[in-house]
Design a protein around this ligand. Structure first.
Ligand code: FAD
Length: 471
C-alpha cells in the first residue's frame, strides 16, 4: 500500500510535466505508466514524425537546387538509415523522459497499467495506491474507422509506421488531417507513391484560404489527394491492400502496398475503472470542468484523454493548471483564447486564436488583414514566396487571431500568441522594429496594413500640404 500526495496515471506529455513539477515543488509523487515513458509524443508522435519529415525535406531539396545555380542528382534514399535516424532522435531525447530521470527527481515510478478499484484507490501491478489527488493522463490512440473488411487487412498507425525499415512503394493514407498530411508528405518526399483519402477537406480545422497553399504543394509534388471521398471497404491483395472509395457518388478502387490510418484519435479510457472511481466520460474523452477536475473532485484529467486540444503544448498547459490547483489550492482555470497549433508540412501552417470562421459563427464584428510572403524580401531570397499571413482584429484593432502559411510559419506564430494573451492591439505589432530581411517582417507589415487606408487618405494629404505652408 502506497500513500502519496499525488498519483499520475500515464507518463506522456501531460503526466510527465505534472509529475516533474509536483515532485520538484515538494509533493510526494507516484507515476504509473503502462507502456513507454514519454508517451505518444516521444515514441509515436511529434518527435518521430518531425524527424521523418526532416529526412523528407532533405531528400526533396535537390529539386529546388537548380534555382540557386546548384545542381546535384536525385538522391538515393536508404530507408533503413532513415528509420535509424528517426530512432536515434527518439533515443537522444529519451533520457529526459526516462524512469531513471524521474526517479532521480524523487518520483516513485510504477511500470504497470493503472486501474481504479474505488473512488480513492488505484491498483497498478502489485501496488495499491491511495493519493490525496489523482491525475488521469492516459492519452489517446489512432482510431480505426468503421470500414468494411478493415479487420482483415494489414494496416499501419502512428504506433507502427515508424518501425518500417523498407520504404513503402505505394502508401494510402486514410485521413487528411495534420497527421495524415505530414506523414503523406514525408513519404512522398522520400520517394513513395502517396494517396491521401479524406472524407471532408484536408485539415478541416484550419482556414480554407491558407490550406489551398498546402493543397497546391501536396498535389504539385505528386500526392494524389482524394478529398470529399469516403472509404467504403478494404480488402487484402497480393500487393498489399485495395480500398473501395466513393467521391460524389462515383465509386472506384485504389490500390497500395501499405495502408496508414490517420483518421482521428480516441481516448485511452478502457480498463481504467472509471465507473468504480466515479469519473464521468463520453466517447470523446473524460469530462472535466474548467479547472480540469472530473466528476470525482479528487481526480483531475489532463492532455489528450480529455478530448480537448490534442497537442503536446496543451498537455503541458493542462499540467500547469493542475499543479496550481492540486498543490497550491489556487482557483486555476483553463483559458483557450490563445491556443496555437502548427502543421509541420512544408510549407508550415500555423494558427492562434480566433479564425475568420469562428468570428462569423460568434457574430463578432471583425476586420481581416492579409499580407503575402511574395512581398517579403527574405522569402524572395529563399525563393519561398508561397504563403501568406492573415490576421483577424476587432473593428477597433484588438488582435483576435492569426494564421500563417509559409516557410517557418510555426516559428512566426509566437508573437501573435503573446499579443493575444496580453490583449494587445494591432498598433503594438505595427510599431515593433522588425530586423531586415527576416520573415518576421510579414507580421509587422500585415499589422501596418490596418492603417494603410487612413494613413494614405486624402484627409492626411490635405493636412500634410496645409502644414507645409508654415515653412
Ligand atoms: C503522429 C503524431 C504527430 C504528432 N505531432 C504533434 C506535434 O507536432 N505537436 C504537438 O503539439 N502534438 C503532436 N501530436 C499530439 C501529441 O503527441 C499528443 O497531444 C500528446 O502526446 C498528448 O500527451 P498525453 O500526455 O495526453 O498522452 P500520451 O503522450 O499519449 O501519454 C499517455 C500515456 O499514458 C499511458 N497509459 C495509457 N493507459 C494507461 C493506464 N491504464 N495506466 C498507465 N498508463 C497508461 C500510455 O502508455 C502513454 O504513455 C502528434 C500526435 C501524433 C499521433
Amino acid at each position: 500500500m502506497i500513500k502519496t500526495d499525488i498519483c499520475v496515471i500515464g507518463g506522456g506529455s501531460a503526466g510527465l510535466s505534472i509529475a516533474a513539477g509536483a515532485v520538484q515543488m515538494g509533493a510526494d509523487t507516484v507515476l504509473v505508466e503502462a507502456g513507454k515513458m514519454g508517451g505518444d509524443c516521444l515514441n509515436y508522435g511529434c518527435v518521430p514524425s518531425k524527424a521523418l519529415l526532416t529526412a523528407g525535406k532533405v531528400a526533396r531539396s535537390w529539386k529546388k537546387s537548380p534555382e540557386f545555380g546548384v545542381n546535384y542528382e536525385a538522391p538515393a534514399v536508404d530507408f533503413q538509415k532513415v528509420h535509424d535516424h528517426v530512432k536515434a532522435v527518439i533515443a537522444d531525447i529519451e533520457p529526459h523522459d526516462s524512469v531513471e530521470r524521474f526517479e532521480s527527481l524523487g518520483v516513485k515510478v510504477i511500470q504497470a497499467p493503472g486501474q481504479f478499484v474505488d473512488a480513492k484507490t488505484l491498483k497498478a501491478g502489485d501496488a495499491t495506491i491511495q493519493a490525496r489527488r489523482f491525475v488521469i493522463a492516459t492519452g489517446s490512440r489512432a482510431m480505426v474507422p468503421p470500414i468494411e473488411g478493415i479487420e482483415n487487412v494489414p494496416f499501419l498507425t502512428n504506433e507502427s509506421v515508424f518501425d518500417l525499415t523498407d520504404l513503402p512503394k505505394k502508401i494510402i493514407v486514410v485521413g487528411g488531417g495534420p497527421i495524415g498530411c505530414e506523414l503523406g508528405q514525408a513519404f512522398r518526399n522520400l520517394g513513395s507513391d502517396v494517396s491521401i483519402v479524406e472524407m471532408a477537406s484536408i485539415m478541416p480545422k484550419d482556414d480554407p484560404d491558407l490550406i489551398s497553399v498546402i493543397r497546391d504543394r501536396l498535389e504539385g509534388d505528386g500526392i494524389s489527394l482524394l478529398e470529399q471521398t469516403k472509404v467504403l471497404s478494404a480488402s487484402k491483395t497480393v500487393e498489399g491492400v485495395s480500398l473501395r472509395v466513393e467521391t460524389n457518388g462515383e465509386q472506384r478502387e485504389i490500390n497500395g502496398t501499405h495502408l496508414l490510418l490517420a483518421a482521428g484519435r480516441i481516448p485511452n479510457l478502457e480498463k481504467l475503472g472509471l465507473e468504480a472511481a466515479g469519473v464521468n466520460y463520453e466517447r470523446q474523452g473524460i469530462t472535466v470542468d474548467k479547472g480540469l477536475r472530473t466528476s470525482n473532485r479528487k481526480i483531475y484529467a489532463a492532455g489528450d484523454v480529455t478530448g480537448g486540444y490534442q497537442f503536446t503544448h496543451m498537455a503541458a498547459y493542462d499540467a500547469g493548471i493542475i499543479i496550481r490547483s492540486a498543490l497550491f489550492r489556487l482557483p486555476a482555470k483553463v483559458s483557450y483564447n490563445a491556443v496555437p497549433w502548427v502543421t509541420y508540412t512544408d510549407p508550415e501552417l500555423a494558427h492562434v486564436g480566433l479564425s475568420e470562421t469562428d468570428a462569423k459563427k460568434q457574430g463578432v464584428q471583425y476586420k481581416v488583414l492579409n499580407w503575402s510572403f511574395a512581398d517579403n524580401d527574405r522569402a524572395r531570397a529563399e525563393r519561398r514566396t508561397e504563403g501568406k499571413i492573415k490576421v483577424i482584429t476587432s473593428q477597433k484593432g484588438k488582435i483576435l487571431g492569426a494564421s500563417i502559411v509559409g516557410l517557418q510559419a510555426g516559428e512566426l506564430i509566437l508573437p501573435w500568441g503573446l499579443a493575444l494573451s496580453k490583449g494587445m492591439k494591432i498598433g503594438d505589432m505595427a510599431n515593433v522594429i522588425a530586423p531586415y530581411p527576416t520573415l518576421s517582417e510579414v507580421s509587422k507589415r500585415v499589422a501596418g496594413s490596418y492603417y494603410t487606408e487612413s494613413l494614405f487618405s486624402d484627409r492626411v494629404k490635405k493636412v500634410v500640404r496645409f502644414l507645409a505652408k508654415f515653412g
